[in-house]
Design a protein around this ligand. Structure first.
Ligand SMILES: [Zn+2]
Length: 281
C-alpha cells in the first residue's frame, strides 16, 4: 500500500513539473514590461513569432514628429506710390497734421518734351514694373494702379501708414525750364522738421543704399540726396519714405530714355538691389 502511494505521488509530481516548464515559457513570451522599454525579441527560429512582433510594435517609442510647415521670415512691406494722377486737384489741404500751411491736394505733374508722355503715366509704368519685380520677396502695396484716381498727397501718405508699411517708395520725374538740366535726385524726409524727423533717420539710411544701386544700374547722373521739409506726402508719414526723381522729362535725352522699357527695367533692378542690400536678402 505504501509503495502504491509513493508511486502515485511520483507520477503526480512528474505531471506537475511538466506543466511548470510550459507555464514559464508562456509568462516570458507574453509578459509585458511597464513603461516604453521595447521588448528584446529573441526568436528561437528564423520564423518570426507573430505575437512577439505585434507586442514589440505596440511598445516601440513613437518617432519624433516631422515638421510639415516651414516658418517663413517676415517680408518687408513696401508701399509704392506712382506720383500724380490724370487730373490735378486744386483744392487745398494742410501740408502736415495740424499745420495752417495749405497746399494743393495733388498735381498732374510734368510732361515729356519729346514723347509728350505725362509724368503720371511714366510714374505708373515704372511703379507697376517695380511691383512685379519686388514680388514675391516683399509684400507690395500699391497706392494706385490707374491714372483715373483722385487721391491727395496726404491721403497717399495716410494710406501707407495704415498699411503699416516698412517703407513708402514714391516715384516721380522732374521738369525744368532749362532743358539742359538732367539727372536723378533722391528725396527723403528731413531731420530738421518736427513733422518728418521721426522717420528721417531710417529714410536716409534706405535712400543712401538704394540711390547707390540705382545710379550703378542706370548709369544716370546723380544730383544727390535731398532732405525735404515742404512735401505734404512726407509730412503726413509715420513710416520711412524715399522719393526718386527718375530724370528730367524736359531734357530730350532723358525723356526718351525714361520711356524705354529696358531703361525702366534698369531703374527697377537698381531699386530692388538696393532694398535687397538694405534688408539683407
Ligand atoms: Zn512729380
Amino acid at each position: 500500500m505504501k509503495s502504491v502511494v509513493v508511486c502515485i505521488c511520483l507520477c503526480f509530481s512528474l505531471l506537475v513539473s511538466g506543466c511548470g516548464v510550459k507555464s514559464v515559457e508562456t509568462i516570458e513570451s507574453s509578459s509585458v514590461p511597464s513603461g516604453n522599454t521595447p521588448v528584446e525579441a529573441k526568436p528561437e527560429s528564423a520564423v518570426p513569432n507573430v505575437e512577439q512582433t505585434a507586442t514589440i510594435a505596440v511598445y516601440r517609442k513613437p518617432a519624433a514628429p516631422i515638421p510639415t510647415q516651414k516658418v517663413e521670415p517676415k517680408k518687408p512691406v513696401i508701399c509704392i506710390e506712382a506720383g500724380h494722377q490724370v487730373k490735378g486737384n486744386s483744392e487745398l489741404e494742410p501740408n502736415a497734421p495740424g499745420s495752417k500751411t495749405m497746399k494743393q491736394k495733388v498735381l498732374s505733374g510734368t510732361q515729356g518734351i519729346k514723347t509728350k508722355k505725362p509724368e503720371y503715366q511714366l510714374n505708373l509704368e515704372v511703379a507697376l514694373k517695380l511691383e512685379k519685380r519686388l514680388n514675391p520677396d516683399y509684400k507690395v502695396i500699391m497706392v494706385r494702379r490707374s491714372n483715373e484716381v483722385d487721391i491727395s498727397n496726404s491721403e497717399r501718405a495716410i494710406f501707407c501708414n495704415k498699411a503699416n508699411a516698412d517703407l513708402m517708395i514714391r516715384l516721380h520725374a522732374d521738369g525744368s525750364d532749362n532743358h539742359k538740366v538732367k539727372g536723378m535726385s533722391f528725396l527723403y524726409p528731413s531731420l530738421d522738421s518736427k513733422y518728418t524727423s521721426k522717420v528721417a533717420k531710417k529714410s536716409l539710411e534706405v535712400i543712401k543704399v538704394v540711390s547707390k544701386y540705382v545710379i550703378q544700374e542706370t548709369g544716370a547722373q546723380s544730383n544727390g540726396l535731398k532732405p525735404r521739409t515742404d512735401l505734404t506726402g512726407f509730412n503726413w508719414l509715420e513710416i520711412p519714405s524715399i522719393l526718386i526723381e527718375m530724370g528730367f522729362m524736359t531734357n530730350l535725352e532723358e525723356d526718351v530714355l525714361m520711356s524705354k522699357p529696358e531703361y525702366q527695367d534698369k531703374i527697377v533692378a537698381g531699386i530692388k538691389a538696393g532694398l535687397d542690400s538694405y534688408y539683407s536678402y
